[in-house]
Design a protein. Structure first.
Length: 118
């Protein structure tokens, strides 16, 4: 049993790991709401905190998870570094869409009905 688990872990590709990270990030309703807001346009952290009704620390935590997943980018205001602006990462979101599409692509599936082991 341990050998099978080790084999499965070795078979996990970096793409699988990054897809898992992104899916885990998007599994949270707050982060889904943030993605929806960023889909419309770049957002200041102050706007996110006001709209979501969350503290700056809580929003920062969620943004860190989304950054780690490669789904968002940020920039600091050049005149006042306290203000941070977030936007979707086109490269990261495209990679996520491709990986998810590949995962869910059933065109390569074997159509033969499964049989129980004898």
């Amino acid at each position: 049993m341990v050998l099978r688990t080790q084999q499965r872990q070795q078979e996990t590709s970096p793409l699988d790991a990054s897809l898992g990270t992104a899916l885990a990030a998007l599994a949270n309703p707050v982060r889904l709401r943030i993605i929806q807001m960023l889909r419309e346009r770049e957002q200041c952290v102050c706007h996110l905190t006001d709209t979501l009704g969350l503290t700056q620390g809580t929003v920062s935590y969620h943004m860190g998870v989304l950054k780690q997943a490669g789904l968002i980018l940020y920039r600091r205001d050049p005149s006042d570094a306290r203000w941070v602006y977030y936007r979707l990462n086109p490269t990261g979101t495209a990679a996520f869409q491709t990986a998810l599409s590949t995962l869910l692509n059933v065109t390569q599936a074997d159509p033969t009905p499964a049989r129980c082991c004898d």
